[in-house]
Design a binder for this molecule. Structure first.
Ligand SMILES: Nc1ncnc2c1ncn2[C@@H]1O[C@H](COP(=O)(O)OP(=O)(O)OP(=O)(O)O)[C@@H](O)[C@H]1O
Length: 256
């Protein structure tokens, strides 16, 4: 039985062929993210992380296996606005204000934007951008743009949130601030979250469990439970148990 608002990936395999090459992007990937949980997916470049996300959003068909998002096939879940997604490149439309960028998924889903004005205002507050409602993306810092992208991902009130390296382009200090913000946003929304990241410390700080992948073929080699109490404070970044968990993940990543 699939939990209603969770992510259930079972036995996913996907091989790309082209230019005389076969790339086994995914081999037998199984991952369950219970409702309201936070899972991080970490692995070397090309191990299939984005392929998992695309398959979860119904954007990439798999060869074998099954994807269920909030109890539905992925394309159906996305079309129903049950999923939200933010990428490394915030991908904001430069000519639209912060508010109108956040409203975009509602327009795509054919929902009434006028009746969502209050919700958009609340989201702007949630991501700490009050006062910037009418600003254009070009007037914002990189971290602020990523906050807008996260607010936009949340506007359809998704039960499941996919984040693909949302803070990858930010410097370390800003990234940590965003990690703290994201923990708060996740706790407030209760959305089941799957975060793709290259940052071990980011994964450990945020997640309930970290799925570690290897490439060629792309596969999950270990799922490590993060038994750190919540809410997690910035001081955690220098705690011994935090570093033990990071070292353990690094060991798996490097084939240990
Ligand atoms: N449309 C495609 N056609 C051919 N090969 C593809 C396609 N999409 C992905 N691949 C290949 O599948 C493998 C997995 O790609 P994917 O983008 O999922 O990796 P990733 O772990 O997200 O990488 P990164 O961390 O660099 O973003 C790679 O070898 C990539 O070259």
């Amino acid at each position: 039985m699939t939990a209603p608002a969770g992510i259930a990936l079972s036995g996913l395999s996907k091989t790309f062929t082209g230019r005389g090459k076969r790339i086994e992007a995914l081999r037998d990937v199984t991952l369950t993210c219970p409702p309201g949980s936070f899972t991080a997916l970490i692995g070397p470049s090309g191990c299939g992380k984005s392929t998992i996300l695309r398959a979860s959003l119904g954007l990439e068909p798999v060869d074998t296996g099954r994807v269920e998002i909030a109890g539905r096939p992925p394309a159906q879940a996305t079309a129903a606005g049950l999923t939200g997604v933010a990428f490394q490149d915030a991908g904001l439309l430069p000519w639209r204000s912060v508010s109108r960028n956040i409203a975009l998924p509602l327009e795509v889903l054919g929902r009434d934007v006028g009746s969502a004005t209050g919700r958009i205002r609340d989201l702007i507050t949630l991501v700490g951008l009050s006062g910037y409602e009418d600003a254009l993306p070009g007037e914002l810092s990189g971290g602020m743009r990523q906050r807008v992208a996260i607010a936009r991902a949340l506007v359809s009130e998704p039960r499941v949130l996919f984040l693909d390296e949302p803070f990858g382009a930010l410097d370390q200090i800003l990234r940590r601030q965003m990690n703290i913000e994201l923990q708060r946003i996740w706790a407030e929304t209760g959305a089941t979250t799957l975060l793709v990241t290259h940052g071990i410390d980011e994964a450990v700080f945020l997640a309930d469990r970290v799925a570690v992948m290897q490439a060629n073929p792309g596969r999950i080699v270990e799922v490590i439970e993060i038994d750190l109490p919540r809410p997690r404070e910035p001081s955690l970044f220098s705690a011994p148990h935090f570093h033990e968990l990071c070292d353990r993940i690094a060991g798996v990543l490097h084939g240990g």
